[in-house]
Design a protein around this ligand. Structure first.
Ligand code: FAD
Length: 310
């Protein structure tokens, strides 16, 4: 069996979540990685070095510069008949492209898998991660999005796959790139951060998030938030962790002033070590935390920052 992984990148850097999709793909067969972009040869070279990748397909064309889903889906659908499975990560980008691919191929999409049971059988979380569904597909080509936290990343180095140029599928003319407003941060991205410190409604204001930023700076951490903190306007919505936010699984997740609603837990409960700082000893987050500090965050967090200064 041969498996195509659609790489996620910005024409310069390969997004780390692609490595997790490669691990899922390697459970199914020989892995080819598609790098579609513009002036993205460097990304193809990075993809060729991933351990376990047999081949890299490079589609370098202005039509893919901004990875418009309509253009990319047409290319993936054109290449798909050479594969038994087509995978992408269940990120916003992957979730934009893969349903279109599935529709073009007239197959069902298998969404957000967290385990591979066999060539046609996959596990995926449902009900905000409270149940796991095992799904089986009889479609000739399986179009799949992968929950990155369900799979370890494949080694970024060690492979030496050949890079093969493929013909672009052209501009579909269905959409046009107008512009983008990207948030800039010196901190790591939430979905790939090794450490995350998140604040909830207990932070009381956006200004108070600077308490978390101080700790984040010391730990090289990303800053996240609960939906309540986002809805209250404390921080932008790309900070949100949870069922309707980002799914993360860092080595260390520090939840500050977050109660631990199931929708929040759905986004972070696979973190390796969970620390909770909450003044309520009955807060549900304490049930999932490995280490809990029952304290007022306005005292505990500055103390933590001061200790890290030492
Ligand atoms: C369909 C749906 C999707 C959702 N998706 C998400 C999602 O993706 N992510 C998400 O987070 N939520 C999501 N929610 C919302 C979720 O149900 C909760 O409302 C939300 O997570 C609560 O956020 P919170 O823990 O910050 O606030 P609260 O539940 O109000 O908890 C605040 C916590 O702060 C503590 N606290 C207060 N002051 C202090 C202090 N001084 N020191 C220490 N601790 C203090 C309190 O004890 C409390 O535990 C979703 C809800 C629905 C219905």
């Amino acid at each position: 069996m041969s498996v195509l992984v659609v790489a996620e990148h910005d024409n310069t850097n390969l997004k780390p979540a692609t490595l997790n999709a490669v691990t899922a793909a390697a459970k199914l067969g020989d892995v080819a990685v598609l790098v579609a972009g513009s002036n993205c040869h460097g990304v193809a070279e990075a993809a060729a070095k991933i351990g376990g990748v047999a081949k890299v397909l490079l589609a370098d064309d202005p039509a893919y510069e901004h990875r418009l889903a309509e253009n990319l889906a047409a290319l993936v659908a054109k290449l798909a008949p050479g594969f038994t499975h087509v995978l992408a990560t269940a990120t916003s980008a992957g979730k934009n492209v893969m349903p279109r691919v599935a529709a073009l191929l007239d197959v069902a999409q298998i969404s957000d898998i967290s385990a591979v049971e066999g060539a046609d059988t996959f596990v995926r979380p449902i009900y905000a991660g409270n149940a796991l569904a095992t799904v089986q597909s009889s479609d000739p080509i399986k179009v799949i999005t992968v929950r990155a936290t369900g799979f370890d990343p494949a080694p970024a180095e060690g492979g030496s796959a050949a890079i093969e140029t493929v013909d672009p599928a052209g501009d579909s003319g269905l959409s046009q790139f107008v512009g983008q407003a990207l948030s800039k941060s010196e901190r790591p991205e939430l979905t790939s951060a090794r450490v995350i410190i998140s604040g909830g409604r207990g932070m009381q204001s956006g200004e108070n998030f600077h308490l978390l930023e101080k700790v984040a700076d010391k730990l090289g951490a990303a800053v996240g938030a609960s939906r309540a903190a986002v809805d209250a306007g404390f921080v932008p919505n790309d900070y949100q962790v949870g069922q309707t936010g980002k799914i993360v699984a860092p080595e260390l997740y520090i939840a500050v002033g977050i109660s631990g609603a199931i929708q929040h837990l759905a986004g972070m409960k696979d973190s390796k070590v969970i620390v909770a700082i909450n003044k309520d000893e009955d807060a549900p987050i304490l049930q999932v935390a490995d280490y809990s500090l029952v304290a007022d965050l306005f005292q505990a967090v500055p103390e933590l920052a001061a200790e890290l200064e030492k």
